[in-house]
Ligand binder design. Structure first.
Ligand code: F6R
Length: 608
């Protein structure tokens, strides 16, 4: 993963690099560093841990250089120590890298055998030594990079700085995203437009295999064959303001509370309020009547959104859906039928496995549709149809508002598909659309459960394991609940289809095991109650998330009933996501973990 930035500026750039890195922290936050050209030589400042440590380092030993590169790291090769922090450098060149160099071992052996001295455990350091080896032979920086790139296997976005070249920076992209920013006699490189937003809104994206030579007056882009190419210049919509927490203690809390609003915006984009119809994207390059099967791929929380959507597509549009985690799908060589539809879902739009899944589907001749939160992302740019979620920037590493906005987009799409295929009548569609229109209001009402959940979290924080159960569309939400709790509170949790309980997990139930049951009063409610009976009979502590009718009919003693508003059963996961998220959030707060930047995680996963 990792975030990279480079600036060819008019004045000292170190502080600007750090400002930009703050916007890239979502890509990793275990160490950071910058390098600038100080007179004739490269100087680095690096620090383990959060960016404030790097800032302190720079305060003690400031840098003045007008050209520099910076990096915020999510460790893949080598522990998150200062030594392994980027930039990696020799006397002649410094480099920052996002991605993985897969053949770094052989390259390292080769370079060490000719005298290169390595000082880190990273894959990236081979890039510095490889380029250095050509510089030593008298090649120019451009030539050295050009000769090195074809030798690197894997995925990378790279930015280079060269000793003795105050007006030069080189960038390269294969697999990992890299944007060029055009300023006024200043030039920039960055992992995304957000990183560059404080400096410029004029951006172009390198395509796979491209590399670029920047001077303060412009950029020359070449493709993998060395031909000079033009890449479209866009006006980026990324805001230069760093998003703040408002009055909330954490971004995650703010983002949970924003959901009624942002889900409402997303709804307004995909539902025509005047006609009460779900709106398909304009110029859809296929007809839903011709689609035989939908293939959905995504990772993590986005995958669970896809899992919910499977139920919706199958029910409303009678369309068979296959759902896969992208990391499995991409290597499974799944047989797909040309002309069918592949849907990929991603908050960041940069997740490496999801991008690979999209490309595989494209190669197989499928139509591709992405549901993304970053409309300038690689996944958005490479998909045939983009349906953006209007969640706004999501900063908390644990996804919350992006998830519910993904659900809203997918619900509207499934309804529109059902109508287009003639599976839903106009009256059915109207009824479902009315249900969706109610969702933002119901989400606001669901937020009223927060004080109760806060109290419950004090108990959950003492537990070692938690089970989440659900049936139908509540099953993927059970998976999501367990994921959320694990990632921010570090408590072990598992999500199960309620009916699966008796096939193994029931062995875990005793009086120490809280079991969160997500069970709105719907057509499978009675079945879930039977599963709750099984838990109760073994002394398990039930936390029941349901509505008033469910609470009245449950006939099982629950430790806690979290009662949500009554609503049409089709779209309950969008509303029930709120207590599920709040429970994870408050448990993490009680435990004192780093809620917005939990250990070992990063917001955007651009490595496989
Ligand atoms: C969990 C979480 C992750 C992401 C996953 C995919 O809270 O945020 O599981 O959902 O890494 O990321 P995107 O949606 O950016 O592709």
């Amino acid at each position: 993963m990792c975030g990279i930035v480079g600036i060819l500026g008019q004045g000292p750039v170190a502080d600007l690099l750090v400002d930009s890195l703050k916007r890239l922290e979502y890509r990793g936050y275990d160490s950071a560093g910058v390098a600038t050209l100080e007179g004739e030589h490269i100087e680095r400042r690096r620090a383990e841990g959060k960016l404030r440590n790097l800032e302190a380092r720079l305060k003690d030993a400031p840098l003045q250089g007008r050209v520099g590169i910076g990096h915020t790291r999510w460790a893949t090769h080598g522990k998150p120590t200062e030594n392994n922090a980027h930039p990696h450098a020799t006397e002649r060149v410094a480099v920052v890298h996002n991605g993985i160099i897969e053949n770094f071992r052989e390259l390292r052996q080769q370079l060490e055998s000719t005298g290169a001295q390595f000082t880190s455990d990273t894959d990236t350091e081979v890039v510095a030594h490889l380029v250095n080896s050509y510089l030593e032979q008298g090649q120019s920086p451009e030539q050295a990079v050009r000769l090195s790139l074809p030798q690197l296997r894997g995925a990378f976005a790279l930015a280079f700085l060269f000793t003795g070249h105050d007006d030069l920076m080189i960038g390269a992209r294969k697999g990992s995203p890299l944007a060029i920013g055009y300023g006024d006699s200043e030039m920039y490189l960055g992992s995304d437009a957000i990183a560059l937003a404080p400096f410029t809104d004029t951006i172009s994206y390198l395509e796979d295999g491209d590399w670029v030579v920047l001077t303060r007056t412009g950029a020359v882009i070449r493709n993998a064959d060395g031909e000079v190419v033009k890449r479209e210049t866009l006006k980026s919509g990324a805001s230069s303001f760093v998003v703040d927490k408002a009055n909330f203690r954490h971004f995650m809390a703010k983002e949970i509370h924003e959901q009624p609003e942002v889900v409402g915006h997303t709804l307004a984009r995909y539902i025509d309020m005047a006609t009460e119809r779900a709106v398909l994207p304009a110029e859809l390059p296929f007809d839903f009547r011709d689609i035989q099967r939908v293939s959905i791929t995504a990772c993590g929380t986005a995958n669970y959104a896809g899992h919910v959507a499977k139920y919706w597509f199958e029910r409303f549009a009678r369309l068979p859906v296959e759902i896969d985690v992208a990391s499995e799908f991409r290597y499974r060589e799944a047989p797909l039928c040309r002309g069918d539809l592949a849907i990929v879902i991603s908050q960041s739009g940069e997740t490496a496995d999801t991008l690979a899944a999209l490309r595989y589907a494209k190669e197989q001749g499928l139509h591709t549709l992405s549901v993304v939160n970053v409309p300038t992302s690689t996944i958005a740019r490479e998909s045939e149809v983009v349906m953006p979620t209007l969640a706004g920037p999501e900063i908390g590493v644990a996804s919350t508002k992006a998830f519910t906005c993904q659900l809203m987009v997918l619900a509207a799409l499934a309804v529109a598909a059902g109508r287009a295929r003639g599976e839903l009548s106009e009256a059915d569609e109207t009824k479902l659309v009315h249900g969706l229109i109610e969702v933002p209001r119901l989400m606001s009402a669901a937020l009223a459960t927060e004080p109760q959940i806060e109290r419950l979290a004090r108990d959950i924080a003492k537990r070692q394991d938690v089970l989440y159960l659900g049936r139908g569309t509540s099953y993927p939400l059970a998976l999501e609940g367990a994921l959320k709790l694990k990632e921010i509170s570090y408590i072990h949790a598992e999500g199960y289809a309620a009916g699966e309980l008796k096939h193994g997990p029931i062995a875990l139930i005793d009086e120490n095991m809280p079991v969160v049951v997500i069970a709105p009063f719907d057509r499978v409610f009675e079945k879930t109650v039977s599963n709750m009976q099984e838990v109760a009979a073994r002394g398990g502590n039930i936390i029941l998330m349901t509505d008033a009718k469910g609470a009245a009919e449950a006939s099982v003693e629950a430790l806690v009933n979290i009662v949500l508003p009554d609503m049409p059963s089709a779209f309950t996961p969008i509303v029930y996501a709120i207590p599920v998220q709040l429970l994870a959030y408050h448990t993490a707060v009680v435990m004192g973990t780093d809620v917005d930047q939990p250990r070992n995680l990063a917001k955007s996963v651009t490595v496989e």
